[in-house]
Design a protein around this ligand. Structure first.
Ligand code: PAF
Length: 283
């Protein structure tokens, strides 16, 4: 049996715990999560452990990044299973505030990110999203004061947004992206995959296959728009409703006219039934 990590739920308790961990100059890494942990999160924790001596995982389903029409209420919450996974990984500390601890009465300050947050990808379909993410991640960074913070590449635009925010606000944290973990059939691991029906689950890997096909065509010198149109056809034929499938500059997320404008990242978001999936692939 692994020993349970320490769990703190208030900011003063977090400060004391972090001060304790940082004693004797130990380095710390933060893995921000909304819980419902899967092997993708475990890989973030393992990368954190390789980078720093002490690892802190935050579990907080952040209401400010959900629109009223979205799944805040039904977002999977699996505390016991999460705790067991983090204990098995020998995480040092879990920061698990409730909404009042994160946003006390009278809370009135928000971070409004621009640049990669207004690239016309996720922001076009979830206009509230990056403001909520930047605000809570900004708070997590100042609360935990980590040397490193690990984010999955699966939320590629989010990774770019928090990297830019840390740079713009002169935060001393180094933001590190971690490779997407996939199921055997290529579907990117996500806490929202539990929403898929068995039939939808069979179909879902089409997103990855379509991106691979696009990447192959781009590498072979195909026209960017023609390659993307081909990918969109594959995805739509499988029954998805596409929000976007685009090839963008991997750093700035600006549109590209040719692979020579790269490094290139293909990014996709599409809905299958009630489930919205996102994914991306480097070219
Ligand atoms: O990627 C997530 O799980 C969330 O957006 C994050 C970074 C924990 C902020 O709530």
């Amino acid at each position: 049996m692994s020993r349970s990590p320490m769990v703190v739920r208030t900011v003063p308790a977090l400060r004391r715990a972090v001060d304790g961990l940082r004693a004797r100059k130990a380095t710390t890494a933060l893995v921000p999560t909304m819980g419902a942990l899967h092997d993708g999160h475990v890989s973030l924790v393992r990368l954190a452990k390789r980078r720093a001596q002490k690892v802190i995982v935050s579990i907080f389903v952040n209401p400010t990044q959900f629109a009223p029409t979205e799944d805040f209420g039904s977002y999977p919450r699996t505390w016991k299973a999460d705790l067991a996974k983090l204990a098995a990984e020998k995480v040092d500390l879990i920061w698990n505030p409730d909404v009042k601890a994160m946003y006390p009465d009278g809370f009135a300050t928000r971070i409004v990110p621009e640049g990669p947050a207004t690239a016309g990808l996720e922001d076009r379909f979830r206009p509230h999203f990056f403001g909520g993410v930047a605000t809570v991640v900004g708070k997590l960074f100042t609360q935990v004061r980590p040397d490193f913070a690990i984010f999955g590449e699966k939320d590629f635009q989010q990774l770019r947004v928090v990297t830019q925010m840390a740079r713009d606000l002169d935060l001393s944290v180094k933001v590190i992206g971690s490779k997407t973990v996939r199921e055997r059939d290529g579907l990117a691991m996500s806490s929202r995959n539990v929403y898929l029906s068995p039939d939808e689950r069979q179909t879902a890997p089409v997103l990855y296959r379509a991106m691979k096909e696009c990447a192959k065509r781009l590498k072979a010198g195909d026209d960017v728009e023609a390659a993307m149109a081909g990918g969109r056809e594959l995805i739509a034929a499988a029954g998805f409703v596409i929000d976007y499938l685009e090839a963008r500059h991997a750093e700035t997320l600006a549109p590209i006219a040719s692979v020579r404008d790269g490094p290139v990242r293909i990014l996709v978001a599409a809905r299958l039934g009630k489930t919205r999936l996102i994914d991306n692939l480097g070219v």
